[in-house]
Ligand binder design. Structure first.
Ligand code: HEM
Length: 382
């Protein structure tokens, strides 16, 4: 992924191009330099293709570091023959993300690392051969949710289009939505992520976000993928959109800000000590007996040891759009929705971060098991 590259990878070759013009003053030489520059730029920025096929849909754990941009969309649909629309949708996803070029109108410069991930909400699931799965998606109303307009609670279909190149997102989403029966978009949001530093990006409050995550195959099998039954290979996605009061947060001094998260902004290290990627020590105390990782810090409040739950795969994005000057799209994947619910309920009891975060939307979806040419999306459910 791109974090393996120096931040200015590719720029050198463009500077080289102008030097080439100046020194030689010959158009032919300039054209050669242009070809070389563009070739060396592409070679130094390979975007690995992500296959749409497999046991799991692309875009959940592949690529392992989420692409820098996404368009997330929650849509309501009219009842239609799910086998028909899920079949044509599967074909569309396969052709839009087929290497190397995808759809020549949508990705004229190649498909890159484009992924499309689809989930179903409670209503379409309740009409499936397994209506029992719908119950897993009914989230309680968490702190602040009762102020939400019902249009921002739940939804029928979840679509996440992710890519390094933000230009391809909107035309891709439009084609995907075109396969849904009488779609009405509830809401959509464009999300972006910072430049990864050793695999982790900063969120829009400036803190490393996504340090503690299931990463190995075993961790993903244990915590993220549904292991058996008709949803085998799928997962449950919870999405919560938050406005962040960055203005008030920035007014805190550095030590106060670090106490909100329980981590140091500069390094990401837990306040209990060690390095960014080390385990947090929740028992660590100052000489005066106070907890090093404060009682209501986010890292403590969200820690799975208090809820006895699994570890969620968090792949959040930042956004900036009305009514949030600064916002966070919280996106988590887990094989048991209670992992999320228990954590959120605990955060509701006392999380310093919640003083700066206001929910704007909330929903849960079954991310359908992966598909391939002979087995379309949703084939085990409808
Ligand atoms: C306002 C939006 C949120 C922001 C900006 C945010 C940010 C962060 C940051 C910076 C960390 C510490 C670094 C890390 O381990 O990744 C973290 C940890 C964590 N957050 Fe959040 N978070 C938000 C909301 C949530 C929500 C809604 C949940 C779940 C209900 C959640 C669950 C977690 C968990 C489980 C951890 C890891 C705790 C650990 O094991 O140490 N976060 N979050």
């Amino acid at each position: 992924m791109s974090d393996a590259l120096p931040p200015d990878a590719g720029r050198v070759s463009r500077r080289g191009l102008f030097a080439g013009f100046g020194a030689a003053g010959v158009m032919g030489l300039g054209a050669v330099a242009l070809a070389q520059a563009s070739r060396s730029y592409k070679e130094s920025n390979p975007l690995s293709h992500i296959s749409p096929f497999g046991l799991h849909q692309a875009g959940v754990s592949r690529p392992n570091i989420p692409q820098q941009h996404c368009l997330i969309c929650v849509v309501d649909i009219q009842s239609g023959d799910p086998t028909a629309w899920l079949g044509s949708l599967s074909q569309e996803i396969a052709s839009l993300t087929a290497a190397p070029s995808g759809n020549s109108l949508v990705t004229p410069d190649g498909v890159g690392d484009l992924t499309i991930t689809v989930g179903l909400g409670a209503r379409p699931l309740s009409h499936s051969r397994h209506p029992e799965f719908a119950n897993q998606l009914r989230l309680p109303l968490f702190k602040g949710d009762s102020d939400l307009d019902p249009g921002f609670i739940g939804g029928d279909v979840f679509i996440s289009v992710n890519a390094s190149d933000p230009i391809v997102l909107a035309p891709t989403l439009a084609r995907v939505i075109g396969h849904l029966p009488s779609p009405t978009v509830r809401w959509q949001e464009f999300g972006f992520r910072g430049q990864p530093v050793r695999g982790v990006v900063r969120n829009s409050l400036g803190y490393f976000d996504g340090i503690i995550e299931p990463r190995t195959e075993t961790e993903l099998d244990d915590n993220v993928w549904i292991g058996s039954g008709p949803l085998k290979g799928g997962t449950i996605c919870v999405i919560r959109k938050f406005a962040l009061d960055a203005v008030s947060f920035r007014k805190l001094d550095q030590a106060q800000r670090d106490k909100v998260f329980g981590r140091r902004q500069l390094t990401g290290a837990p306040l209990s000590g060690g390095n960014r990627d080390d385990e947090i020590n929740l028992d660590a105390k100052e000489p005066d007996g106070t907890l090093k990782v404060p009682e209501h810090s986010h890292a403590r409040a969200a820690h799975p040891s208090f809820t006895g739950s699994g570890v969620m795969l968090r792949r959040g994005y930042s956004f900036r759009s009305e009514p949030a000057e600064t916002g966070h799209l919280f996106v988590s994947f887990q094989n048991d929705v209670s992992t999320f619910v228990k954590t959120q309920l605990r955060l509701d009891e006392g999380d310093s971060l919640s003083e700066f975060a206001t929910p704007l939307a909330t929903a849960a979806f079954v991310v359908l098991p992966g598909f391939n040419e002979g087995r379309p999306l949703g084939s085990t459910l409808f």
